[in-house]
Design a protein around this ligand. Sequence first.
Ligand code: NDP
Ligand code: PYC
Length: 339
Amino acid sequence: MMTDTVRLSLADARTLARDAFRKAGLTEAHAEALTDTVMAGQRDECHSHGLYRVLGCVRTVKEGKVDPRAVPEVKDTAPSIVTVDARYGYSPLAFRQGLPHLVEKARTQGVAALAINNCFHFSALWPEVELIAAEGLAALALTPSHAWVAPAGGTKGVFGTNPIAFAWPRPGPFPFVFDFATSASARGEIELHRRAGKPIPEGWAIDAEGAPTTDPAAALAGAMLTFGGHKGSALSAMVELLAGPLIGDMTSAESMAFDAGVGAAPCHGELLIAFNPTSFLGAAATQNIERAEALFDAILGQGARLPSQRRYEARQRTETSGEIEIPKALYDDLTALVA
Ligand code: NDP
Ligand code: PYC
C-alpha cells in the first residue's frame, strides 16, 4: 500500500490527463491517443509508464521539441511494409494510424512490418502488441530511446533502455505478452525511486565515475546497466539496429544528440512485426495455437507465473474498483498542469 496517495475514479483520472495534454496544446487526436496510453499504463499498475508520463510529455511540448499538432503520414512502402512518418509528433497516434494497415498486410502476406519514423516516444510497448494479438496475430515491437545504458564491460551510455515486447494470441481476452527494457530496469523506474526518495537495487546502474550505485540521482547522472550482462547488451544492440538504421531512423546516441541536453522524450523510430498463424498453417492454425497452451500450463503448473499476469490482475482490480491510486506528489504535479 502506497503512503500519502490519492485515489481517483478512472473518469477523473482520464479527465486530468486529457486536460493536461489539451492545455499543453496537443491536438484532440494526440490528446486522446496519449490519454488512452497513459491510462492503460495506470490501469495495469505500470507506474513508470502511467500518469507519471504526462509530466514528461507536457515538458517535451513546452521545450518546443515535439510537434503537438503533427499529422502522421501513412506510406505503403512494400507489400509487407507500412511506414508511418510521425512528423516529429508523439508515437501513439502514428501507431493508431498504422495498425489497420499492419494487420491487413500480415493477413495477406503472412509476415508484415510497421515502421514508425520521426516519433517522440515515451510509452510502454505492451498496449501495442496486445492490440495486434487481439487480431489473432503474434507480434514483436522494438524501440530505442536515449543513450543512457552502458554496454556490458563499459561504463558510458551507448544504448537506450531499448524495450522488446512480444505478444502471442490466446483463447480469451489475455494474450501471452512480455515487455521489458533491455536495461536492468526502465529509466522511469529509477526516476520514480528518486521522486520517492528510495534507493534503487544493486545492479541497475553505475555512477559518473563508473562505480556501482544505489542512489537514483547518481544513477541518472551516470549510466544504467543492461540486464543479463552481455546477453542484454547484445539484445540492446539488436534493437538499436533494427529500429534504427534498418528503418532509416536515429539510434539512441543520435536521439540524445538531437535532444541537445534539453531532457525531452527521446525521438527516433519504432519497428513492429506481425505474424499471421493462418498464413503459416492454414486450417491447422487453430489447432497449433491451442497446442501452445500446453507451454503456458507447464509454466503455471509449477507455481511460476506468466509475464503480464500481474498486469492483467491489476487491470481486473482497477476495472472492478473503478479507481486508480497515485502518489499525492504526482497528483499535485498533474493538477498544477491544468490549473
Ligand atoms: P519489468 O521488469 O517490470 O517487467 C518485464 C516483463 O516481465 C513484464 O512483462 C512483466 O510482467 C514480466 N515479469 C516480471 N516479473 C515476472 C515474473 N516473476 N515472472 C514472469 N514474468 C515476470 O519491466 P521493465 O522495467 O523492463 O519495463 C517496464 C516498461 O517500460 C515496459 O512496458 C517497457 O515497454 C517500458 N519501457 C519503454 C521504453 C521506451 O523507450 N518507450 C524504454 C524502456 C522501457 P508484469 O507486467 O505482469 O509484471
Ligand atoms: O523508462 O526507460 C524508460 C523509457 C524511455 C522512454 C520511455 N520510457
